[in-house]
Design a protein around this ligand. Structure first.
Ligand SMILES: [Cu+2]
Length: 461
């Protein structure tokens, strides 16, 4: 028989035990894994008793965890890092565990997660778990929901995964600086039912932008819109990993945007449907077919397709300035300008001077322009058919027959079946005369209307 006193007693013991469990176990900090490489690391297989298709982080990795009782424990270290943005350029950023972005955190709906965050930055920080449903005091807003994590200190975040989905983490302390410096990471929560929303390949990346002057290493943190490096996982083309996919795979691509502008992410070769946002899964009846999905600032989109058409399919931001590197926006437009005489006179002062751009800028894709150290060419990269004239947020989905599950190595350029590549016309060289419509026969007449004297806006120009 349980007396009232006993009942109270055991409840107190239970409550005490829970508290003690939390504090005592949190006293032992798990080892913090760190990553030197800026290339895609193999996905981490689910632990025993759990089943999901692990995600793959472009040019990134997944944070190992340890099981402690019924908690999954992770350790993030906020610290200065050196990130290779693409071969030939390194940036001095802030990130987590040796890289920017930080490692991807992966777990399962219902998991209890304890995340240790050690601050090795020169200033305080916090971590906000973007999109995740957490107790208010775990939300990571410095000053509002917790004291800041001072340099040298470690804080502990503890929460249960209330729902599956696509999330990210980033500081909520001196945010403008810390995100401009590269502090961000992906957070994926898999459904408890392993069959729900299952795909064969699941890729993740975060969009970031940096403003790094040619020849320098540190991003200019005050830049608001005029960035010169548009990055996927703090990498730019041609440094971004391709997405190798086996023909027939169901594929998910998850994108988060932590830049200061929207990015219409466009993929060639397929139509797809957005299936998940940072707010949750989209019901099948509400999905619409698209080939471009706009990823707003501070938002995430996951889209899916079945890879039934082999090839090398471009995947990029559709803002054409975002597929360029180290772009100076003060460059003058020279299209149509006769620069010959100008070049002669400038060469008297600067012997190496070259005029570029009077027939477009494609020639920049081919040539190796002299540039300061640690500077990437504006448009670059070579494909099997020539220069690609790209940079920034651009990569390639490589759909191939018979890739092994879990094989994410670059399969090289696509071998197009004979007779399926656009080709040069080599028939009769004489073009038939261009047909002219009715309007073409008579001279087009234009009436120029001069601004009238009564007000308006033309008078003084
Ligand atoms: Cu963009």
């Amino acid at each position: 028989m349980i007396s009232r006193r006993n009942l109270l007693g055991s409840a107190a013991v239970l409550a005490g035990a829970t508290a003690v469990t939390g504090r005592v176990q949190a006293a032992a900090i798990p080892e913090a894994a760190t990553m030197e490489a800026a290339t895609m690391q193999p996905p981490l297989a689910p632990p025993q008793g759990q089943d999901y298709q692990p995600v793959v982080t472009l040019n990134g990795w997944t944070l190992p965890w340890r099981i402690n009782g019924d908690w999954k424990e992770f350790h993030l270290v906020a610290e200065p890092v050196v990130r290779e943005i693409a071969p030939g350029m390194k940036a001095h950023l802030w990130g987590y565990n040796g890289q920017s972005p930080g490692p991807t955190i992966e777990c399962v709906e219902g998991d209890k997660v304890r995340i240790f965050v050690t601050n090795k930055l020169p200033e305080h920080t916090t971590i906000h778990w973007h999109g995740m449903l957490v107790p208010n005091g775990m939300d990571g807003v410095g000053g509002l929901t917790q004291p800041h994590i001072k340099p040298g200190k470690t804080f502990v975040y503890e929460f249960a995964m209330k729902k599956s989905g696509t999330f990210m983490y980033h500081p909520h302390a001196d945010e403008m600086v810390q995100m401009a410096m590269g502090m961000m990471g992906f957070f994926v929560v898999h459904p408890r039912d392993p069959k729900l929303y299952r795909v064969d390949r699941d890729f993740v990346f975060l969009l970031a932008s940096y403003d790094i002057d040619p020849g320098s290493y540190v991003p200019k943190i005050m830049t608001m819109t005029d960035f010169n490096l548009w990055a996927m996982n703090s990498r730019v083309f041609p440094g971004i990993d391709p997405l190798p996919v086996r023909r027939g795979d169901r594929v998910r691509v998850r994108v988060g945007n932590l830049t200061m502008t929207n990015h219409p992410i466009h993929m060639h070769g397929y139509d797809f449907a957005v299936t998940c946002t940072d707010g949750g899964w989209i019901p099948e009846t509400a999905r619409i077919p698209e080939v471009t999905t706009d990823v707003p600032v501070g938002a995430m989109r996951a889209y899916e397709f079945v890879a039934d058409e082999p090839g090398d399919w471009a995947l990029h931001c559709h803002k054409s300035h975002h597929t360029m590197n180290a772009m100076g926006h003060e460059v003058k437009t020279f299209i149509g300008v006769q620069t010959k005489d100008l070049v002669k006179s400038v060469r008297k002062l600067v012997p190496d001077y070259m005029a570029m751009g009077n027939a477009g800028m494609a020639d920049m894709g081919e040539m190796e322009m002299p540039a300061p150290d640690n500077t990437l060419p504006m448009m670059t990269g070579f494909g099997q058919f020539g220069p690609m004239e790209m940079g920034g947020m651009f990569t390639v989905v490589k759909v191939r027959e018979g890739l092994e599950p879990g094989d994410y190595r670059d399969p090289g350029p696509y071998k197009n079946p004979e007779g399926t590549v656009a080709y040069e016309f080599k028939g009769s060289p004489t073009e038939p005369p261009r047909q002219q419509g009715k309007a073409g026969k008579s001279k087009v007449e234009m009436t120029v209307v001069k601004p009238g004297g009564k007000g308006g806006h033309g008078g003084r120009h």
